[in-house]
Design a protein around this ligand. Sequence first.
Ligand code: PMP
Length: 427
Amino acid sequence: MSGLHHRHLAVSPDWMALYYRHPLEITHGEGRHVWDAEGNRYLDFFGGILTTMTAHALPEVTKAVAEQAGRIIHSSTLYLNRPMVELAERVVTLSGIPDARVFFTTSGTEANDTALLLATTYRRSNQILAMRNSYHGRSFSAVSVTGNHAWSPTGLSPLQTLYVHGGVRSRGPYAHLSDGEFIAACVADLEDLLGHTRDAAALIAEPIQGVGGFTSPPDGLYAAFREVLDRHGILWISDEVQTGWGRTGEHFWGWQAHGGSGPPDIVTFAKGIGNGMSVGGVIARADVMNCLDANSISTFGGSPVTMAAGLANLSYLLEHDLQGNARRVGGLLIERLRAITAGSECVREVRGRGLMIGIELVKPGTDEANPEAASAVLEAAREGGLLLGKGGGHNTSVLRIAPPLSLSIPEAEEGAAILADALQAAG
Ligand code: PMP
């Protein structure tokens, strides 16, 4: 038992549910593995979402952090620092947004909050379009565009949010439609909403919903939405906090699955880019970024130590083609998981892209969410030495797999075997 057992109450409000009956105390990591306080070693199939994008204790990142910390640990918003400028230049180029600027923050919440500040100011409108079942963070504005109400504790927002169909392909009123029909129905829904409203400022959307259970629309939905948005002058914010940096294998950004749409007006990112250090940010077209006419600041956004981590991490990712690795290893893993779960009465769907894979669990032989089974599989997998995530709507019944992007094929096979046993043990 961890030496911190029960003492976690000091840091956890009752609404902050920790994973596992006996919360895990992580002490160190290496590659795709982490260790707990009792010395147990786990293969980490969720660290990629919980910020470890490339690998645990990646020497290149550790060295960059240590060297920068040895020079100066400082918050530098009012001054320049080299890693910040170099990271900004690379991020802007990678974004595909012409004439883009980046503003660094310390989290995804703060990035989305800034994106909403920009969009509402640019358009002089407090009306936002968001997707049903979405998650965008924890601040007042971020919860008020979060369609997953298990994560949206208040509706008392000054934003007026209208929720659009389309984030979830496999459930809901349009689930029986073909991909083309689904897109047409969602576009009609959007047009209908816009017909009854004033000018909305922006649509904010995750290309693949993360917390919502790794659900995704058919490719092309956001390109079809874009045409409608453009007609109204409405901005498109792509929340790439989970889907960015090649995780989906086929694409560097999640929005690119919607080829033909061109880049969004605003992209937000966070989590993985810092490989555990708190780096987030907003990338926007210069005219959108420059629309504020008063100062705005993030004291710790762009601080040299976190920027050095981001720069070293991004360089490693690009030099080692981890996007390609996500495509290859993720493709194999999803195949293996489909084979393992074929015929299971408890598994409704294995879905995903690259190293972002969801397994939706249901009560045997029904379509009903099975959160108890998801918790039981998580516990059994931990016993077997594998860490997984959970997600999906009110009833968190989707197992989420998002390992560091350097996952090897033997590690993918090992994880799939532990998961197969855990699914059996959990009944
Ligand atoms: N957007 C998405 C898509 C996320 O998954 C998250 C975090 N789960 C956030 C925003 C918020 O990021 P943070 O927790 O860093 O504030």
